[in-house]
Write a protein that binds this ligand. Structure first.
Ligand code: CUK
Ligand code: CUA
Length: 639
């Protein structure tokens, strides 16, 4: 134990020595000529959309590449005043869980939908780390369209990675936990007996709708990251696993003792067969499934109560373990589907596994014992080879489609380019500093676009003007079109960026993006489709205001007869039928924030006035030259 602790201490020490010595000199900024490659002239469009996770902001942000310009922040596991998200009655159910309204989460990974292994521009998926959920963001509307909660899970980190035709979005639990079908009330030191790993397979329908198809239960372990097989390895999924020591305390030391942890290979096609054959066990659990309805412009939340679970240890041939050095983090599959790259955070090499060799080892039963009933394949039997001395602290790898891999190194703060077949290091560039994930457009698909590489860094000291104790989060763009990587831009990001995805701009722009909602297609139960229909309806102490907004007035704009103790619902329909003309709505003292209503949409603000008086209301979004005139009054009288 002492020994391994010293090893960690050494790596950390090397890391901090690196920091103090790498104060940027001339290498710190893009050289003249290179910087121009990131320049997109005013009025010109970027080449790629970049979808970047916002970490503990719970949001996803959309940038242009190569300019690094921020276009939009999409609330996913968060409320967002700029979008009126999580305030309106329509959007609140999106944040419902089996434990009630949970308006925050930690979004680490984004993954775009694929068709035949290529990015198709339909949806982006995002994971919630804390209260386990997966979200689907629709790229026609750039809105969160669906959120599904995952039972039997704690720390939904190894998520939301997809199979090559978006058959499934897959999630592995970071924390093993006693399953939700038990009450979980067991001594923590019974980890080995009572704590289990679960992998969720969420089926994705033609319109994107998600459905929890089944789970695989494994012995206690921490799933960290994963990627699907593709091409020849389609039908398999690969997960990095740490804490195979099964420690439940001080993991920093106790989960770093073994020389090797594992990559788990899951044959999900086989799992589907067992499911069909009725080998799954039904478990009673509770989880929320929230869906946005584009016709009624509102979300609904349903609590489900059953999941089918397959036992990996009992069904011998759906899961296998491959030994992988020292606390593997990233788990990445190259564009051909043949090579699986594991990145041991504490290892001084990168092991690359061969899918063909793995299959051969399984056929020939080249095992070295088992992990809680799961066969462990011999390391050498599945190994393609090791990249020797690539750097310190390898985390994540992406590919350019030309036979090269690019790995980030957190401790030595660099991106290293290497040849997948020969395992030779070809190039390295420093990052500022301590890079986590990286992204190449299409870089985890069968068809990478390989022109830019973006590094998402954890530390930015001395890169930007300081802003108090907390500094800007940061990304850096490299041009990788030549043999040598060249830094072309630094740009700050919203929230702490982890994984990101990118796709050619035209793919998304030409995929049926919506400009506004047709008013005749609005089936919201409180829609007001013309000013003449605007009205105020009272039922007991509930008051429904059917309100319209159009440049530059509300109807009605003077409301009297509201009494203290009333519950008022403003259902505001935006009558505009033009792109980019939203209206806003706010009323003095409202604790539900504001509304932002897209053209053709109806949105509802619930308001319970707390005092008798006169309440001004107004449009919050500058919509015309007479925007400032877009206002009104609500009179509240004694009960
Ligand atoms: S993790 Cu962030 S640097 Cu949560 Cu994907 Cu590796
Ligand atoms: Cu409507 Cu400003």
């Amino acid at each position: 134990m002492k020994n391994s602790f010293i090893k960690i201490a050494t790596i950390v020490a090397i890391g901090s020595a690196f920091f103090t010595s790498c104060k940027p000199k001339d290498s710190s900024s893009a050289a003249e000529g290179d910087a121009e490659k990131a320049y997109v002239a005013p009025g010109k469009y970027d080449e790629f959309y970049n979808f970047v996770s916002g970490g503990f902001s719970g949001q996803l942000s959309v940038y242009g590449l190569p300019s690094g310009r921020l276009f939009r922040v999409i609330p996913v596991f968060s409320v967002d005043p700029e979008k009126g998200w999580g305030y309106s009655e329509e959007t609140k159910p999106m944040l419902n869980t089996s434990q009630g309204f949970v308006p925050w989460d930690d979004l680490h990974h984004t993954e775009m939908s694929q068709t035949d292994g290529e990015v198709d521009g339909r949806w982006v998926f995002g994971n919630a780390n804390n209260t386990p959920r997966i979200a689907r963001i629709d790229l026609k509307t750039f809105k969160t369209a669906e959120i599904i909660e995952l039972p039997n899970s704690g720390g939904n980190h190894s998520s939301p990675f997809i199979t090559e035709n978006t058959e499934y979005v897959v999630a592995g639990t970071r924390f093993s936990v006693p399953g939700d079908y038990s009450n979980g009330d067991v001594p923590i030191n019974t980890y080995k007996e009572n704590f289990k790993g679960h992998i969720s397979f969420v089926k994705v329908g033609k319109e994107g709708q998600m459905d929890l198809a089944f789970q695989i239960v494994t012995p206690g372990v921490n799933f960290d990251l994963s990627h699907a097989g593709k091409g020849k390895s389609h039908g398999w999924f690969f997960f990095s696993c740490y804490n195979t020591e099964q420690a439940n305390t001080l993991l920093e030391v106790n989960a770093s003792q073994r020389d090797k942890d594992f990559i788990m290979a899951v044959n999900w096609k086989k799992a589907e067969e067992y499911l069909k054959a009725g080998k799954g066990k039904k478990q009673v659990v509770k989880y929320a499934h929230n869906t946005w309805n584009e016709k009624t412009h509102s979300a609904s939340s349903e609590i489900k109560n059953e999941v089918v679970v397959l036992d990996a240890a009992a069904l011998k041939d759906i899961c296998y373990m491959i030994p992988c050095p020292k606390s593997p983090h990233g788990c990445d599959v190259d564009p051909t589907g043949e090579y699986i790259v594991g990145s041991g955070k504490l290892a001084a090499l990168i092991p690359v596994f061969s899918f063909d060799k793995m299959i051969n080892a399984i056929d020939k039963k080249q095992f070295e014992g088992d992990y809680g009933g799961i066969n462990v394949i011999k390391y050498e039997a599945a190994l393609h080879g090791e990249v020797q001395k690539p750097g310190l602290g390898p985390l994540h790898t992406e590919f350019d489609g030309k036979g090269n891999a690019y790995t980030t190194f957190f401790v030595s703060s660099e991106v290293v380019k290497w040849d997948i077949k020969s395992l030779k290091v070809l190039d390295r560039v420093p990052t500022y500093y301590s890079v986590g994930h990286l992204c190449i457009p299409g870089g985890d698909s069968k068809k990478p676009f390989g022109k830019y590489l973006i590094a998402y860094n954890k530390i930015t000291k001395d890169r930007y003007l300081p802003t108090g104790p907390e500094l800007a989060q940061s990304a850096q763009i490299f041009d990788i079109s030549g043999d040598k990587m060249k830094m072309i831009l630094d740009f700050p990001t919203i929230g702490e960026p982890h994984y990101a995805q990118a796709a050619p701009a035209d793919l998304i722009r030409n995929n049926g993006q919506l400009k506004f909602y047709k008013i005749e297609d609005n089936h919201h139960p409180f829609a007001t489709k013309g000013e003449k229909e605007a009205k105020v309806i009272r039922k007991g102490n509930r008051v429904d205001v059917y309100m319209t907004s159009v440049r530059s007035h509300f109807a009605p704009d003077n409301i009297e007869g509201i009494k203290l103790g009333d519950e008022v619902y403003f259902h505001v329909t935006n009558l505009e039928q033009d792109w980019d003309v939203p209206h806003g709505f706010a009323i003095k003292g409202a604790d539900n924030g504001e509304l932002l209503i897209m053209p053709g949409e109806t949105t509802t603000l619930k308001w319970i006035p707390k005092k008798v008086g006169m309440y001004p209301m107004y449009c919050t979004d500058f919509c015309s030259a007479l925007h400032q005139e877009m206002q009104g009054y609500v009179r509240v009288s004694p009960a």
